[in-house]
Ligand binder design. Sequence first.
Ligand code: PLP
Length: 352
Amino acid sequence: MKWEDNVRKVIPYIPGEQPKHNKMIKLNTNECPYPPSPKVLEAVRALEENSLRLYPDPEVKELRTVLAEYYEVKLEQVFVGVGSDDVLANAFLTFFNSKKPVLFPDITYSFYDVWAELFGIPYERIPLTEEFHINSNDYKRENGGIIFPNPNAPTGIWEELSLIEEILSANQDVVVIVDEAYVDFGGKSALDLLEKYDNLLVVQTFSKSRAMAGMRIGFAIGSEKMISYLNDVKFSFNSYTMNQTSIAMGVASVKDDMYFKEIVGKVVATRERVKKELKNLGFSFMDSKTNFIFASHPLVKAKEIFEACKEQQIYVRYFAKPRIDNYLRISIGTEEEMDSLLAFLADFLKNR
Ligand SMILES: *Cc1c(COP(=O)(O)O)cnc(C)c1O
């Protein structure tokens, strides 16, 4: 027998490229093109030496308190983690513990099947409709739990809360997780449904709308009972996941609501302008309520455009996957970055 026979073998999630070039335009991983609030950096500078020497608060009370106030829930309803990836992984481990399959869309965040495989959770991919929408009837069957992003990634499509509620009311015997990584860009949060459904877990992140992907902060809001189960698993794994700097920065970010709304507003305005211009260039796409546009061109293959962009140091995301291999996922950058992209696309489409 070889030691390798006993190794846990998994196929890992592949994150988007993080190239480091001086003049690149990076529109491939849905980061915010603007810096976080100036208050966020002030908070780090104000950290006292002792707060680095000592362990951080394992309960992360300060950050959970500002989040509870902001979202008008109880402190006991808030869970935080190292990015929503950490929160979601803990949620898979805690709530998807059935022999029945967990359900999620066929086109969705590609980490879900990776966690299911890692933890040995059975799962089933439910095809989205032709237009990439969720059909709630597909989720009315026996299952071990449900998870989907709203708005969905990489399609950018937001589903009405009535559809979410239909899925929730048909599945009160399992946990339903709504991954709201992009909700701040125009969707409506399922948090409104929490009072009615104690099996709902809403997960959000500071990585996109709060411009803090580098700090790794995510959180979940659910019933007190759910959060307490989530904590039991988290404290059985690693008590001190949130570091002191991230906590201080996260608190400062939530407190500066004006700045938050300002940068989100800018991204949304740029998105709406870019939609019009992409349409003029012949691109088609579903309506996006996120900080990216999932677009396809009727005459030129997405892969060809992707590679041409890359040669110009313009990075967008391309997925070589069934049903979506003729689409580009284009993150919304600054006005200037989008102008460069649009100018390049116009030129490329005319001269190829
Ligand atoms: C970006 C993203 C996440 C993960 O974000 P973190 O940086 O780990 O907080 C989770 N779900 C979806 C759908 C995402 O797009």
